[in-house]
Design a protein around this ligand. Structure first.
Ligand code: GH3
Ligand code: MG
Ligand code: MG
Length: 415
């Protein structure tokens, strides 16, 4: 189980039982219930640093929606959110959710996930009127976002260049120096709607400006002066959609069983690294790894045990290289690693031999059986004229390693 606790303050525990179960199952966080704020507060003090988020029933704390400072709070309000304006003024209130009903569970889970990194989510506000700018900065800041403030499109673009991980843009249309139209066009030439959502601030006095925003490539618009509830709801809505897209994109790049990157992602990133290699002084190592006698493991212990072995090997590979190296499952029981930024080609030999030794010395236990695993590796460090040629060369050395008795690495380093 992951480290972290979600605190739920709710008089009727049965209302939240299913939600708590999903939080535990899907997010791997522990859930703890309290019937009143005071007991929850003492618990939070005791578990300092471990609390991920607080879910608070509005009825239990009707006048204070962030009774636990510094921890993101999700307020559950039954019925119409008449108190929403009060909540908006409270610090650390991430959002309010109407009820605990089943169709809302996904939204709760996403909010809790977001609670962990909301302080890192950058939202860019581009607006020339300082009053509106300050208002937005306050609302978004209180919700926990990191807010960047720009007076016109030009300043906005400068921020995006400096902070490319910015997650959402709110922009005015009519501004000096660079207006919303030029600004949005510039963003869209670089980021898709899913990558960087834009919400237009549409002056209510001007007709059709909202439609103009959408036609230019904004995802949404809110009237200006903004109604704060609506603004925050739309910000959350647009982040939700973008995050969903990001998750799907991430899933399509990962192998379901081991969680490693798949072949598709490998080629995407490796091509870029390879281009760097050709230009600069950096060395890379292309490593093909294949589990030895894997068919025998499957035949002896069953396919499920084989899967455990694959997961085990994947973990060892990931742990054996640096953060910047790309580890992927190429298919079946074959893995490909791109060692990036080697000082000299021979360094790959040390890294790969260490991995092989670690795997040889490790064991996998499945259903009481202890399974011994070894792997063979082929390594190419000499730059060929294409990534595919490096892979072919590594494959050739892998073949040699297998023929030479397995459980070893063969590469193009000096022998
Ligand atoms: P060698 O030492 O020469 O590499 O022999 P090997 O038995 O490891 O290689 P072989 O290519 O003959 O067999 C690979 C086996 O991997 C066959 C295939 O059924 C199995 N396999 C491929 N993908 C999976 C998977 O996702 N899970 C499991 N359990 N087995 C898989
Ligand atoms: Mg094999
Ligand atoms: Mg094979």
């Amino acid at each position: 189980m992951k480290q972290g606790i979600v605190v739920i303050i709710e008089a009727d525990a049965s209302r939240v039982e299913v939600l708590a179960w999903r939080i535990q199952e899907q997010l791997k966080y522990e859930c703890v219930f309290f019937e009143d704020v005071q007991t929850a507060q003492s618990f939070v003090e005791l578990k300092e640093g471990q609390i991920i988020a607080v879910l608070l029933n509005q009825r239990i704390s009707a006048d204070n929606y962030s009774p636990i400072p510094e921890i993101p709070c999700i307020v559950v309000s039954d019925g119409l959110p008449v108190l929403a304006p009060v909540m908006l003024k409270a610090r650390n209130v991430l959002d309010y959710v109407m009820d605990y009903s089943l169709h809302n569970h996904g939204y709760f889970l996403q909010l809790i996930k977001r609670a962990q990194y909301i302080g890192k989510i950058r939202v860019l506000v581009v607006e020339n009127e300082s009053m509106v700018r300050t208002l937005l900065a306050n609302v978004l800041g209180r919700a926990g976002f990191k807010v960047l403030l720009a007076k016109n499109g030009k300043e906005g673009l400068a921020f995006l260049e400096k902070y490319p991980e910015t997650r959402l843009v709110l922009t005015d249309m009519d501004m000096p120096v660079m207006d919303g139209e030029v600004f949005i066009r510039a963003i869209r030439s670089q980021y898709s709607k899913q990558q960087l959502p834009i919400i237009g601030l549409a002056d209510s006095k001007l007709e059709d400006v909202g439609i103009q925003f959408l036609r230019l490539g904004a995802n949404d618009f809110v009237p200006k002066p903004p109604r704060l509830q609506e603004l925050l709801t739309r910000v959350m809505q647009n982040l939700e959609i973008a995050e969903g897209f990001h998750e799907i994109n991430e899933l399509s790049r990962r192998d379901f069983l081991t969680g490693l990157y798949n072949r598709r992602h490998f080629y995407d990133t490796a091509e870029t690294l390879f281009a760097h290699l050709k230009r600069g002084k950096m060395f890379i190592g292309l490593v093909m790894i294949d589990i030895d006698n894997f068919k025998l493991i499957n035949d002896t212990y069953g396919h499920a045990a084989g899967d455990q072995v694959l997961i085990h090997v994947a973990e060892q590979l990931k742990a054996g290289v640096r953060e910047t190296d790309v580890v992927s499952r190429f298919g079946g029981e074959e893995f490909c690693i791109l060692l990036a930024g080697l000082d000299k080609p021979e360094d790959s030999q040390i890294a790969v031999c260490r991995i092989i030794e670690t795997i040889r010395g490790s064991q996998v236990t499945v259903n009481g059986h202890t399974i011994q695993v070894t792997v063979s590796a082929g390594v190419c460090t000499q730059e060929k004229n294409s990534l595919d040629n490096m892979i072919m060369s590594a494959d050739h050395y892998l073949y040699e390693a297998k023929n030479g008795g397995k459980d070893q690495a063969v590469g193009d380093w000096p022998r």
